[in-house]
Design a protein around this ligand. Structure first.
Ligand code: KG4
Ligand code: ZN
Length: 341
């Protein structure tokens, strides 16, 4: 199918646009918002304002880099949710206006499903995409889920966090340690120089296939508070060991339930997705477990782990093939459970 799909992502603090021909990405432009760095987290009001400033130049650049004109676009896919409502509204409004002005179909995409479908981008050049059904551990700044994926459009969440997401745990610990935002990549880098067994933090064991990360953040907070009383330079002196030990604990928690899910379902096709799937320790743990348990594992290309519009465009491509289109009256949703027609 040589149709061009324009994808638009604006759920959090990255404004992104991508153009896809078939399943091949022609462009994937991402504008990061540096305005949040000073606050150690995303400020929703500033995020939506920055999306408004970025959206037209980002889309213009995506179309130009794809060497097409806007008249060539066959459909526009956008992130409907979950995410920050003010941010989602910018992408949704733009997508609607674009579809209306070009008289082309509008396609709504769920952000979390798109993270998973990133595995099918450009698979002509990819080694191999997962076979259905597969399990996907989706780990991002806002979500931690184990999803059973039966087709491009059929997905069932079989386990999830009841509080913080794994990425949030990385970010919050980094903030406690005085590291920059987002904390995940900073902890990842520091962890490679530290000892993962230097300090031990408790693992909260939830029922079934669920997760909890808020206890870990609190135990790190109390541990550091106690150590700082004895030595005010404790964090500075032990940065790498603290980062490595925290990362080790997060990965151990993630892997435990993923192994349980694989055992329960009998599925050995295992993928990871979302911002935290960029983590080198998690990538290593998945690869190692694959050898032990005979899994076929799928790790997304680095550029498709954190938020991007290429994943929105590929999700749109599968819906386009099935002619699943949205109407002009569609509204964004902030949480998965709040999805409305
Ligand atoms: O998927 P994503 O870009 O946005 C959401 O949908 O939330 O994920 C962002 C999250 C942040 O929490 C960030 O700290 C984390 O992904 N992250 C990482 C790494 N790179 C990004 N966490 C651990 N290690 C990394 N290398
Ligand atoms: Zn995301």
């Amino acid at each position: 199918m040589n149709k061009y799909i324009l994808g638009i992502e604006s759920s959090c603090d990255d404004t992104s646009a991508a153009v896809l021909r078939g399943n091949v990405i022609l462009s994937n432009i991402i504008a990061n918002q540096s305005v949040h760095k000073a606050y150690g987290g995303v400020v929703p009001e500033l995020a939506s304002r920055a999306h408004q400033q970025n959206i037209i130049p980002v889309i213009d650049q995506a179309i130009r880099q794809a060497k097409i004109s806007k008249k060539d676009v066959s459909a526009v896919a956008f992130t409907r949710g979950p995410g920050l409502l003010g941010s989602l509204l910018v992408g949704t409004s733009f997508a609607k206006a674009f579809a209306l002005s070009q008289n082309i179909p509008l396609i709504e995409v769920d952000h979390l499903e798109a993270h998973i479908l990133a595995h099918f981008i450009d698979n002509a050049n990819n080694s191999k995409s997962p076979d259905f059904p597969f399990l996907c551990l989706t780990v991002s700044g806002g979500h931690t889920q184990i999803v059973k994926v039966s087709s491009y459009t059929q997905m069932e969440v079989i386990g999830q966090t009841i509080d913080d997401a794994a990425g949030e745990a990385f970010d919050k610990v980094a903030k406690i340690m005085g590291l920059s935002y987002p904390g995940g990549p900073v902890i990842d880098k520091l962890a490679s120089e530290g000892n993962p067994q230097a300090f031990s933090f408790p693992m909260t064991d939830m029922s079934e296939l669920n997760y909890s990360f808020s206890g870990l953040k609190t135990s790190v907070l109390y541990f550091l508070r106690d150590q700082l009383k004895k030595d005010k330079d404790f964090i500075d002196k032990n940065k790498a060991d603290i980062a490595s030990s925290v990362q080790y604990t997060i990965i151990k928690i993630l892997m435990k339930k993923l192994k349980k899910a694989a055992k329960q379902t009998g599925i050995k096709e295992i993928a990871i997705a979302g911002g935290v799937s960029a983590n080198s320790g998690l990538r290593q743990a998945i690869t190692q477990t694959a050898e032990e348990l005979n899994w076929n594992t799928y790790i997304p290309k680095f550029q498709y782990t954190t938020d991007n519009a290429a994943m929105i465009a590929i999700a749109g491509y599968f819906k386009y093939q099935d002619k699943i289109f949205a109407s002009q009256s569609i509204a964004p949703y902030s949480r998965s459970g709040a999805k409305k027609r």
